[in-house]
Design a protein around this ligand. Structure first.
Ligand SMILES: *Cc1c(COP(=O)(O)O)cnc(C)c1O
Length: 487
């Protein structure tokens, strides 16, 4: 049969895809049997696989056997209910079905004409989410702005930075590139540094301001105001501020209103990176975390992190779409068409780095429709309450301490070294993390806060329930007992 497998025969698709769906459902059923963090050694796979691609077709059955035996051992199971590392990357049935549909049409939606539904659905769904987040009207497509799906928060930051850079260079002249300065706190994601490198911002002009050390880890408005004023008096041109809602280390929240007012008064483009925590703001009781978003020029949030939409689906809204378009549009002859030439449509190729783009709005649309706003809100609430339960566990054991205020679904904590061993805090917690992760039972990651090695437990996998939180805590306690016993 396989030797006659055609590229896209409908009946063969049906048969093979059914088998694949069965395989995937079985995978999800047995998910908890695998070590969460893959335990393989670097290079493990090349020892198992042939050095050349097969000349003749192989059967799906044989391939799935290899997936089971060779690939899955090298997979870290992000969808496991025991995955607590980094921030989550959600999968869901609706997101999954949307991915399938997107793969089925397999369009390349750079311009409206290449599939009008792809562009128009994206506009509608981004307006829906903007409404759920109560973003100001200027971020909706009805005004001068609008939303667009990027691959990642890093791309969202980069395109915002490029729009801001070119806006100022159009006004001042390209020769001022060397004077442009960027502001963020030392808790800002490394994606901003990378964006500055790509955008040609002079490395010395990237102002990394020290976040407050009072465990809030927020950027103090006074620090920003002072840095801008120093730069202005030295002839620099401050042009970009990136604030974060839910930093990657400790889920810290920068004071958006105050920072935004300073940015506005000094003509800076103000970007808000809410990749993870922005998702929580669909709940009315957490919306206050993005109060001040009205001061922003752009706002980014990853639906693929914590809103049940399979990777990738990073949402970016801008107030002034023409700044993006002026920076990123091209108009080669081979793409010209009536609708675009007459300016009656959106061509999302002009809002992003690549030309080609997938039909990603389908999965977000399906998530919205198959779960509905209320379920999505409750989904977030449940994770936050599970994180609070974990925090209670940590607080109940005097051998541990919570290191930063519990925020969203993240808990930062550490094991306290025994008396007279305080210099060992970092090694002790490093060992705790490694022994826990190599047990395969749970996977969590770390950060450094105020120079101290800290463990992070981020709740957010779709299958995580209270029993997983309790079990995770028990694993950590047992590992701690063993480690402390060695002192
Ligand atoms: C996860 C995260 C990022 C990076 O996200 P990508 O989509 O992988 O680029 C950036 N900023 C924050 C605050 C994040 O939490």
């Amino acid at each position: 049969m396989e030797s006659s497998l055609k590229p896209m025969d409908a009946e063969q698709l049906r048969e093979n895809a059914h088998k694949m769906v069965d395989f995937i459902a079985d995978y999800y059923k047995s998910l908890e049997e695998f070590p969460v963090l893959s335990q393989v050694k670097p290079g493990y796979l090349s020892e198992l696989l042939p050095v050349s691609a097969p000349m003749q077709p192989e059967s799906l059955q044989d391939i799935l056997k290899d997936v089971q035996q060779q690939i899955i051992p090298g997979v870290t199971h992000w969808q496991s209910p025991n995955f607590f590392a980094y921030y989550p990357s959600n999968s869901s049935i609706a997101g999954f079905l949307g991915e399938m549909l997107s793969a089925s049409f397999n369009i390349v939606g750079f311009s409206w004409i290449t599939s009008p539904a792809a562009t128009e659905l994206e506009v509608v769904v981004l307006d829906w989410v903007a409404k759920m987040l109560k973003l100001p009207d200027q971020f909706h497509s009805s005004g001068l702005g609008g939303g667009v799906i990027q691959g990642t928060a890093s791309e969202a930051i980069l395109v915002s930075l490029l729009a801001a850079r070119d806006k100022i260079l159009r006004k001042d002249g390209n020769e001022y590139l060397s004077k442009l300065t960027v502001y963020a706190s030392d808790q800002t994601h490394s994606a901003l540094k990378k964006a500055c490198q790509i955008a040609g911002i002079y490395p010395a002009n990237f102002r990394i301001l020290k976040a407050e050390q009072n465990s809030s880890y927020a950027l103090a408005p006074e620090a920003l105001a002072e840095a801008i004023s120093t730069d202005l008096s030295s002839g620099f041109i401050p042009f970009f501020l990136c604030a974060t809602v839910g930093t990657t280390s400790s889920a810290a929240v920068d004071p958006l209103s105050a920072l935004g007012k300073i940015a506005k008064a000094n003509n800076l483009w103000f970007h808000i990176d809410a990749a993870y925590a922005g998702n929580a703001c669909i709940c009315p009781e957490y919306r206050y975390y993005i109060d001040g978003v009205e001061e922003a020029d752009s706002f980014g949030m990853n639906a693929h992190k914590w809103l049940l939409t399979n990777f990738d689906c990073s949402l970016l809204w801008v107030k002034n779409r023409s700044a993006l378009i002026q920076s990123l549009s091209t108009n080669p002859e081979f793409l010209k068409n009536k609708a675009s030439q007459e300016n009656r449509v959106i061509d999302f190729k002009d809002w992003q780095i690549p030309l080609g783009r997938r039909f990603r709005s389908l999965k977000l649309w399906m998530v919205m429709r198959m779960y509905g706003q209320e379920n999505l809100q409750n989904y977030i609430r449940n994770h936050i309450s599970l994180a609070k339960k974990f925090e209670q566990h940590v607080l109940s054991d005097s051998r541990f301490e919570v290191v930063a205020p519990q925020a969203f679904s993240l808990v930062c904590f550490r094991l306290i070294p025994p008396p007279n061993h305080h210099e060992n805090s970092d090694t002790l917690n490093y060992s705790l993390m490694n022994s826990t992760n190599s047990s395969g039972k749970i996977f969590l990651s770390h950060t450094v806060l105020s120079g101290m090695f800290v463990l992070r437990l981020a709740v957010g996998a779709p299958l995580t329930e209270e029993r997983h939180i309790n079990e995770a805590w028990k694993v950590l306690q047992d590992q701690a007992t063993t480690l402390l016993g060695s002192f």
